[in-house]
Design a protein around this ligand. Structure first.
Ligand code: NAD
Length: 335
């Protein structure tokens, strides 16, 4: 079987890490025809938008995309392409596995959890306005439909991946209506999954517990903003953003991308770690049902990292982005 997949290289280190991932995925033996389309800073001038219609159409047509990070100006300028893409394609579930890999310098060795983040609403609905000159208001939207859908997704994922527990994260003690609704939905959906343990936790307590004892957690499900913050925290537990993959999944398609941003200071120097993008590609292969190829790529990445001789600067080495991909491809040939 062959697949046509949209590839969005992105900004900053994006083109380098997506090229590395593309070479590794091609070497996995799965036949992929890549439809390369550009979004972000570099197309602003030409199209007057960082997300031209043909990019959205390509993803809608192919239903699967691999994407590099895209720069979002802070405070002013265009809205996040990432947020726009997720909303336009209704990619409602953001899935971020956080796993310890042997050889990655980190404080913990036994982390294996998945953060499931609601992707379409909360403060990311982008509704903000000035109330006079000296006050700014942001609107937080939480709906029953999106909350039930994301919690159900988390339980289904837990079942599929034989996970034992789902923890719903919220701040319902303070945000009584918005987070209160999310929690009410989580408790209701949990009743349909008696085989999976369920608990809820306030986001501040969750942050502390993740740092104290991450091994006690399995699948965590939460509204958009907490998911954004806790997934970076969790990535930090296992050695940083360079190895943390992600997926945005909807009913009609999926976009796979690393959690990290465009790291402009590292761009164009063959320095960035492509692991997060390669592992996003592994998630993509599993989504496509290419399980053997996915396992082979993941094993090869794990081996190269464990050996530690050919790793990028963030993992304590001095190997370049391209050469890291070469090492993974060589390792795959041995498996
Ligand atoms: P960042 O993730 O780009 O960088 C944070 C730190 O991690 C930097 O020190 C960087 O050098 C390092 N880093 C990140 N990825 C790395 C990799 N693959 N290998 C080695 N080191 C790596 O975060 P930031 O600086 O806050 O954001 C930069 C830009 O990226 C911003 O415009 C932001 O909006 C955007 N961003 C985009 C996405 C996305 O496209 N999904 C996600 C997050 C941030």
């Amino acid at each position: 079987m062959s697949y046509t997949i949209t590839l969005i290289p992105g900004d900053g280190i994006g083109p380098e890490v997506t090229e590395a991932a593309r070479r590794v995925l091609d070497a996995s033996g799965v036949k992929i025809e890549w439809e390369v389309v550009e979004a972000g800073e570099k197309v602003m001038q030409e199209y007057g938008t960082p997300l031209p219609d043909h990019v959205l159409e390509s993803v809608k047509r192919n239903k699967v995309a691999l994407k590099g990070p895209i720069t979002t100006p802070v405070g002013t300028g265009f809205r996040s392409v990432n947020v726009a893409l997720r909303q336009a394609l209704n990619l409602y579930a953001n899935v971020r596995p956080v796993k310890s890999y042997e050889g990655v310098p980190s404080r913990y060795t036994n982390v294996d959890l998945i953060i499931v983040r609601e992707n379409t609403e909360d403060l990311y609905a982008g509704i903000e306005y000035m109330a006079g000159d000296d006050a700014a208001v942001g609107v937080k939207i939480i709906t029953r439909k999106a909350s039930e859908r994301i919690v159900r997704y988390a339980f289904e994922l837990a079942r599929r991946e034989k996970r034992r527990k789902v923890t719903a994260v919220h701040k319902a003690n303070i945000q009584k209506l918005t987070d209160g609704l999310f929690l009410e939905c989580a408790r209701k959906v949990a009743q349909d999954y008696p085989d999976i343990e369920f608990e809820d936790m306030i986001v501040d307590a969750m942050s502390m517990k993740l740092v104290q004892s991450p091994e006690n957690y399995d699948v965590l499900v939460m509204p958009n903003m907490y998911g954004d913050i806790l997934s970076d925290l969790a990535a930090g537990l296992v050695g940083g953003l360079g190895i943390a993959p992600g997926a945005n999944i909807g009913e009609d398609g999926a976009v796979f991308e690393p959690i990290h941003g465009s790291a402009p200071k590292r761009a164009g120097q063959n320095l960035a770690n492509p692991t997060a993008t390669i592992l996003s590609g592994v998630m993509m292969l599993r989504y496509l049902g290419e399980l053997e190829a996915a396992d082979r790529v993941e094993k090869a990445v794990a081996k190269v990292i464990k050996e530690g001789k050919e790793v990028t600067y963030d993992l304590g080495g001095s190997t370049g982005t391209k050469e890291f991909a070469d090492a993974v491809i060589r390792e795959m040939e041995k498996i």
